[in-house]
Design a protein around this ligand. Sequence first.
Ligand code: PMP
Length: 307
Amino acid sequence: MPIQETKHIWRNGKMIPWAEATTHVLTHGLHYGTGVFEGMRAYDTKHKGVCVFRNREHVERLIYSARVYRIAIDFSVEELMKACRDIVRENDLSSAYIRPLAYLGYGEMGPASQNVDSVLDIAAFPWGAYLGDDGMKNGVDVAISSWRRMAPGTVPAGVKAAGNYLSSRLISMEAKDRGFAEGIGLAHDGTLSEGAGENMFIVRNGKIYTPPAASSILSGITRDTVIVLAGKLGFEIIEQALPRELLYGADEIFMTGTAAEVTPVRSVDKLTINDPSFPITRQIQNAFFGIFNGETEDEWGWLDPVA
Ligand code: PMP
């Protein structure tokens, strides 16, 4: 999907024209993957106008990811939350995908360089359903990748670093080459990890299962949202290491992510889920989208109005 240009990019505290948000070829992050980022959404809500969803949690995760790689961020959580609201408003967007990116810039070569200034950019642009409107409604067909996710103790899967998306690229490209909508990665031990850009949930006998942080997942903010909403709906959520074959005997499966939102899975490796009417997934989907149409009360303060 081509990027839809907007007017401004927020860079290190200033709004600059979209076309001027360029960087040098010797940027550290381009060579060594020393960038961390976020993917957030702003929704045009029915009752509170345009709002950034879970702004604080995304900004906090960005700062955490940057800390692990010693990428300096010279802004507070509050300043960055404001910047995320500003970039949506300044670009006249009613709904948007927001992409903050902090990376080591130009100045020195070598992976452990200390004398490289960091750059913090925030872009915002329109972006529809990541796995398609049809996928959102009818479910997507996915396949387990031959590529494993990075093992614990290699590079940290639990922070949102640019380099981690080399794994996502391999997993997703392989699946797409084979005609599937998305690829699923197994952890180093063969248990379920996550989709290339989504967390996984499996419904079986009325209970909802999801892999834990130690299964090489990014602990998604949508995942957390779903855990809270499912609890409110009275479902038991079990976080545990999950064997691959559970996917093949699942009543329902769904994937979550800022881009993918709550997308049902129709089949895994061409084996169809037991209940293609997705009864529990639909309840979770409705509760999730209800936050934006006002049907789910936002008792957690997850909506941050940009106005
Ligand atoms: N796992 C990976 C690898 C991802 O890229 C994403 C998307 N950021 C997720 C899970 C879901 O995270 P979130 O719900 O915070 O967007």
